[in-house]
Design a protein around this ligand. Structure first.
Ligand SMILES: [Zn+2]
Length: 302
């Protein structure tokens, strides 16, 4: 090679390295999902999901030396007034420009457990959101955001959004400094390649940010299941952890697929998810987070 070309080659290599750093690791994402939704994990019901929590804490342990990671243990009564103990896990990646303003990315890691010896693996609900959250935590560790990002792995969603309720009731940071919640619940299974987003009905100012993010994906993005035309179970405003943020007036976006035949069935298995679609959704959530991180400039949308 001519000597004069060497700097060019080095630049190209550096650019390639940067590009690789900015990508979500697809192989790791799918391996995490396969593990968390295997029978060994027993369906991850609150009170019996210690193995899942250990898996997450092991994966997050690479953060512990540099960023605060914590397990918050809390008691609550379920719908039948039975006492349970839940455990939320949060890890914060500090922002470079607005470290005291927060975006909360969230997913619940619990599911409905084992019934009559049959394991409800909950691959889509919600090992998919959990592993997406883990992938995003790894991503932002390598690519520090401007705003601090709290990665919240909530417990006890299936028992009535209890982990999220606990978090928003007594957050680890000043609640007024939480600018946005982005919640993922069921993001891996849809042969139609369609992902639905809720949040713009209650917080219309989110729309202009999402418009920019949508340009970065080939997925079909819908805005359904919110507003007065959706009633009962068809309205998803309170259907997952984002509902607890809404209750306290914190803007939220909820990413999720349409209900499918595997919803809360033993057939919600790893073999039924759509890996390409799942990977694209995770990248879309990353792009969406990036738009907010770039454009919010530390300001509240409330
Ligand atoms: Zn769920």
């Amino acid at each position: 090679m001519k000597k004069a070309l060497r700097p060019l080659l080095i630049l190209l290599l550096l650019a390639g390295h940067q590009w690789a750093f900015a990508q979500i690791d697809r192989g790791q994402l799918l391996a995490d999902l396969k593990t968390l939704s295997s029978d060994e994990y027993g369906g991850r019901q609150t009170g019996e999901n210690e193995l899942a929590r250990t898996y997450l804490l092991d994966a997050l342990s690479e953060f512990i030396s540099s960023y605060p990671t914590m397990v918050d243990t809390f008691g609550f009564l379920n719908r039948l007034r039975k006492q349970y103990t839940g455990h939320n896990i949060t890890v914060t990646v500090p922002g470079t420009k607005y470290p005291d303003r927060y975006i909360v990315l969230s997913a619940h890691y619990d599911h409905v457990g084992t019934r009559d010896g049959v394991v409800y693996n909950g691959a889509d609900d919600n090992a998919s959101g959990t592993c997406a959250l883990l992938a995003l935590a790894r991503h932002y560790r390598n690519n520090p955001p401007k705003h601090s990002i709290i990665f919240a792995f909530f417990d006890a969603e299936e028992m009535g959004l209890k982990g999220a309720d606990r978090f928003v009731e007594d957050p680890p940071v000043d609640r007024d400094k939480i600018l946005l919640n982005i919640n993922m619940d069921m993001v891996s299974r849809n042969p139609d390649r369609t992902i639905n987003i809720c949040g713009q009905y209650d917080f219309p100012e989110l729309a202009k940010f999402l418009k920019k993010a949508k340009k970065k994906t080939d997925l079909t993005v819908t805005q359904m299941h919110e507003g007065p035309e959706y009633t009962g179970a068809n309205n998803w405003t309170m259907s997952s952890d984002h509902g607890m943020f809404l209750k306290r007036g914190i803007p939220y976006l909820y990413f999720g697929v349409e209900d499918h035949p595997g919803y809360h069935q033993p057939s919600d298995d790893f073999s039924e998810i759509n890996p390409d679609f799942y990977y694209e959704v995770v990248q879309f959530v990353k792009e969406t987070t990036n738009v907010f991180d770039k454009k919010l400039r530390g300001k509240s949308l409330r």
